[in-house]
Design a protein. Structure first.
Length: 391
C-alpha cells in the first residue's frame, strides 16, 4: 500500500538564521571596499579640481604675466572702478574667467564697482554659497556644503604663502602667494624680503620661481571650518597666538584627555571671522592662504579674539584634508602631488630664526635662507635655494 509524504518543504529557522548571518558577514566585508571606492572617486575629483585651478593660474600667467596676488590686486581695482574693496579680494577672483566662470566674474566686477562690500554674502551678491563654483570645494570635505561665513561659499583650496606664517597684510616673500602691492613696516620700509618691485605694485612671475616650477608648491587643500572644538576643522588659539610660534605651540590648546580643543580655546560659531576656508572671495589668511609653517594635517591654530578682523589676520593655516594619510597639492608646473603626513617638516619645536640665527626676534620675517621646515618647507619656498628632493 503506497503512502504519501505531505511534509511541507522550505527553510527551517536555523537555516534562515544561518543565511542571514552569512549575508551580514558579506555586507561587513564589502562595505569597507565600497566606502574605499567612493573615497577614491572623491579624491580623484579633488585632484581634478586642483588640476583645473593650476591650469587657470597658468592661463593667468599667460595673459597677465604673473601669479594672481593673494590681495592688493591693482588690476582688479582698476576693473572695478578703482573701488578700494577690490583690494581685499582673494586670489580666486581673478581666476574666474579662466575657469569658465566669466559670468560670475562680471557679476563681481559690477557688484564691487557699484556697491563695494566684498564681505557681503546675501542672496543678491555674487558671493552667496549658491553661486560658488564647484571647482572650489573638495567632495571629501562634507563641510564645504555648509555656509560657514554668513551665507558665503567656502573653499577647500588655498594659495601657498611659504614656510613662515605671517599676517595677511604683510608683503614678505617666501612663497608664490604674495601681496600684489607693496606693504611697508612701521618705519616705512618695504617688507618685501629683497624682491624687486616697480611703481608700488608687485607679483610673482614664473621667472621668479628660481627653485623650479616642479619643486615649488602653488596651491594646497585645507579643510573647511567646523566652528567647534574638533581639531579637524576647528580653530584653536587665544589672544596670545600671534607672531613667531613653533608648530608645537598649537598643541597647547588641545585637551589630551578628549583629543579636542580646550574649552574657551577655540573659535565658536559666533566668531565666523576665524572660519577656516569660510569665504572663497576673502583675502585674509584664515580663508584663502596656507603656510608650511606646520606639517600637513596639523591642528589649525591662530589668534582667537572677539575682534574678527585681527583674528583673520593671524592664522597658522596648514594644509589638511579628509583623505587618508596626507594632502593633495598642485605644484607651480601644474602637476598634482599627494604629500604624506610623515613628510620631513623640520624641527617642529623650533620657532623661526632670523638670518643671524636669533629666535623669537621681531625680524624673523626677514629670513632669506633655506627653510628650517625640512622638505615640506622647501616645497613651499619659491626661491629658498634648497636642494632637498620633493617627495
Amino acid at each position: 500500500m503506497r503512502t504519501s509524504n505531505n511534509r511541507a518543504t522550505g527553510f527551517t529557522l536555523v537555516e534562515l538564521l544561518a543565511v542571514i548571518a552569512i549575508i551580514g558577514v558579506l555586507v561587513r566585508l564589502l562595505l569597507p571596499a565600497v566606502q574605499a571606492a567612493r573615497e577614491a572617486a572623491r579624491r580623484s575629483s579633488c585632484t581634478n579640481n586642483l588640476k583645473q585651478l593650476g591650469l587657470a593660474v597658468h592661463n593667468h600667467i599667460e595673459i597677465k604675466r604673473c601669479i594672481p596676488p593673494i590681495s592688493r590686486n591693482t588690476m582688479l581695482q582698476n576693473a572695478m572702478k578703482n573701488n578700494s574693496n577690490a583690494l581685499s579680494l582673494s586670489y580666486l577672483v581673478p581666476l574666474l574667467p579662466f575657469l569658465e566662470e566669466a559670468g560670475l566674474y562680471q557679476d563681481v566686477v559690477t557688484y564691487i564697482g557699484n556697491n563695494g562690500g566684498y564681505y557681503q554674502t546675501g542672496t543678491t551678491t555674487p558671493f552667496h554659497i549658491s553661486k560658488r563654483p564647484a571647482t572650489f570645494s573638495c567632495p571629501s570635505d562634507k563641510q564645504t556644503v555648509i555656509s560657514v561665513y554668513g551665507s558665503g561659499g567656502s573653499t577647500s583650496y588655498r594659495i601657498n604663502r611659504g614656510d613662515i606664517a605671517m599676517r595677511s597684510n604683510t608683503g614678505m616673500v617666501r612663497g608664490p602667494g604674495i601681496l600684489g602691492q607693496v606693504e611697508t613696516d612701521a618705519n616705512g620700509v618695504p617688507t618685501l624680503g629683497g624682491q624687486n618691485y616697480n611703481g608700488g605694485a608687485m607679483s610673482v612671475k614664473a621667472k621668479d620661481i628660481t627653485d623650479g616650477l616642479s619643486k615649488t608648491m602653488l596651491l594646497a587643500e585645507s579643510v573647511v571650518a567646523t566652528l567647534d572644538d574638533n581639531i579637524k576643522g576647528g580653530y584653536g588659539g587665544d589672544n596670545n597666538m600671534v607672531d613667531n610660534k613653533a608648530p608645537t605651540d598649537c598643541l597647547a590648546y588641545i585637551d589630551t584627555s578628549t583629543g579636542r580643543f580646550m574649552a574657551g580655546k577655540f573659535s565658536s560659531p559666533t566668531n565666523v571671522g576665524t572660519a577656516p576656508g569660510g569665504a572663497w572671495q576673502h583675502h585674509n589668511s584664515v580663508f584663502t592662504h596656507v603656510f608650511a609653517q606646520t606639517p600637513p594635517n596639523w591642528p589649525l591654530c591662530g589668534r582667537v579674539i572677539t575682534n574678527n578682523n585681527m583674528s583673520e589676520l593671524w592664522s597658522y593655516s596648514t594644509a589638511s584634508s579628509y583623505h587618508t594619510g596626507g594632502v593633495n597639492v598642485v605644484m607651480c608646473d601644474g602637476a598634482v602631488r599627494f604629500v604624506d603626513d610623515t613628510v620631513d617638516a623640520g624641527d617642529i619645536t623650533s620657532t623661526q630664526p632670523n638670518d643671524s640665527g636669533t629666535k623669537n626676534s621681531s625680524s624673523y620675517l626677514y629670513y632669506t635662507r633655506e627653510s628650517i621646515r625640512g622638505v615640506w618647507g622647501a616645497m613651499a619656498t619659491h626661491k629658498g635655494g634648497e636642494s632637498k628632493m620633493v617627495p
